[in-house]
Design a protein around this ligand. Structure first.
Ligand code: G6P
Length: 478
């Protein structure tokens, strides 16, 4: 029997490239739930992943691969990958301006609203880029899809694709999955009305829409009711609009236990572990691992730590905060400013409290995956305090690898709080005093309780591995 054809459309592909010092292309495998989910079924399906070239090196790799098919030039575990070379200006408008600087800000409710956003004619032009970008993906999918194939479109970059596909290829079964939170209508309707409508109607071209948490699914449904006046059933999770009924489902995503343990057993992790142990000595360890992303709330995390050292001086000299904040979206000005603010706050804390033998905060900004895994093993406390987050896999991966029964201090605004809330210490991410008290409680928690909680956290974290998450979505598409 022929294998079922599954197409993925995602802004970022399963691999990316950079240019090495000698001018050659360096190939890098991506991570995350989608890559693990898709690669875990790659040999069982006829899969095609359509993505965009996001850098000059990606562009070169796409141009050098026959038919822009990366799998013909690189080992991608049996996945077929088509990397689109979108004109640079269109990419900048669609990806940097609309997806990252607007839709991401809306869904994470990150605007400083007295000043931003302001949707002028410039934004309308960027929205044209976004449409062109979505059309380029749709075109590749239309020509790559066999009859009745299933297509899984990902995230806020590609909200218009389902509707274009439905018009051009009614035979396809189409899913769209949002990896972000979804804003309440009061916030979402900040977008120009026509844009808000196009976006929702674009997504409603799918047969089924997926979200990571019931909270995000409900917000989406409420947006459809309010912006489109659609007939929404909150109980059943359906939207009726334009004569069609679209299902809205929830698929939480868990950690990939097997993959994690395998990566954690690499010699590089043991080496980083020795290095970190030397660095922190006998002190207790509070760890955080994030991209330097505004929604991750790193500055308030640091402020909470400062509050802990002020309110509980007994911890001075006895605790170290390892904060890993890896570079992200440097082409967005707010991210550059935020990166500076993270460094400044860490520096201020060290200036206030450091002693000759003790550095209160160790901030590392260069991405080092083995070091992140080693820090999960060694952490006494894991701090995950985003202002909003679709899921947050750090909150799930940490407890799986923890060897010291780390206590999880977790923002109630992360999707992961749905499943981990009972055994984590939940905090309001805006409240640095409450977060500081949670850190104190975590540091002083009796061993038996830490062990009990950590065990349950790890169990909940791996309950929905990426393979199952991915297969469930495909199955529910019929
Ligand atoms: C989130 C989004 C993904 C995105 C990732 C990294 O997890 O849901 O779609 O790929 O962030 O973002 P970036 O655009 O910097 O690759």
């Amino acid at each position: 029997m022929d294998k079922a054809q599954i197409l993925i459309a995602s802004n970022r592909g399963p691999a990316s490239f950079s240019t090495a010092a000698d001018g050659s292309l360096e190939f890098r495998r991506g991570g995350g739930g989608l890559v693990s989910g898709m690669s875990s079924v790659a040999t069982e399906i006829d899969g095609l992943w359509v993505c965009a070239a996001l850098s000059d090196a990606d562009r070169r790799a796409a141009a050098e691969a026959p038919g822009a098919r990366l799998d013909r030039a690189h080992d991608l575990d049996g996945m077929r990958v088509h990397m689109l070379d979108i004109p640079e200006e269109t990419l900048a408008g669609a990806y940097t301006e609309v997806a990252n600087s607007t839709l991401w800000f809306v869904q994470h409710m990150m605007y400083d609203t007295p000043n931003k956003p302001s949707f002028g004619s410039d934004f309308r032009r960027k929205w044209e880029d976004y449409s062109a970008y979505n059309n380029a993906f749709a075109e590749a999918l239309v020509s790559g899809a066999a009859d009745n194939a299933r297509v899984a479109v990902q995230d806020y970059h590609l909200t218009l694709v389902p509707r274009i596909l439905r018009t051009r290829r009614p035979d396809l079964r189409i899913a769209h999955f949002s990896h972000t939170p979804w804003a309440a209508p009061e916030y979402f309707r900040m977008l120009p009305t026509q844009v808000a409508r196009e976006l929702l109607e674009g997504m409603l071209g799918a047969d089924r829409l997926g979200f990571l948490s019931p909270r995000w699914a409900e917000s989406f449904l409420r947006c459809c009711a309010e912006v489109l006046n659609a007939d929404v059933d909150l109980e059943r999770g359906t939207v009726e609009h334009g004569g069609r009924v679209v299902e809205v489902g929830v698929h939480a995503l868990g950690a990939d236990e097997e993959g994690l343990r395998q990566s954690a057993s690499e010699p590089a992790v043991a080496e980083r572990r020795r290095m970190l142990t030397g660095l922190v000595g006998e002190t207790k360890l509070i760890v955080r691992v994030d991209r330097t992303e505004l929604s991750k709330n790193i500055v308030r995390g640091l402020e909470a730590y400062r509050e802990l050292l002020r309110a509980h001086p007994e911890w001075r000299g006895r605790v170290t905060h390892l904060a890993f904040a890896y570079p992200s979206r440097g082409d967005v000005p707010e991210y550059r400013a935020y990166t500076e603010s993270v460094s400044r706050t860490a520096k201020e804390i060290n200036e206030e409290f450091a002693t000759p033998g003790w550095t209160p905060v160790v901030l590392e900004v260069n991405d080092d995956y083995p070091r992140s895994l080693a820090s999960f093993q060694l952490a006494d406390v894991l701090l995950v305090n985003p202002i909003r987050d679709g899921m947050n896999l750090v909150a799930k991966e940490g407890p799986v690898l923890s060897e010291r029964d780390s206590v999880l201090v977790l923002s109630r605004e992360a999707g992961a709080a749905d499943e981990l809330g009972r055994d984590a210490l939940l905090v309001n991410p805006y409240d640095t005093v409450e977060t500081a008290e949670a850190l104190h409680e975590a540091l002083t928690m009796p061993e038996a309780e830490r062990r009990r909680r950590r065990k349950r956290l790890a169990e909940a974290a791996v309950a929905l591995p990426p393979r199952r998450w991915f297969q469930d979505q495909l199955r529910s598409l019929g």
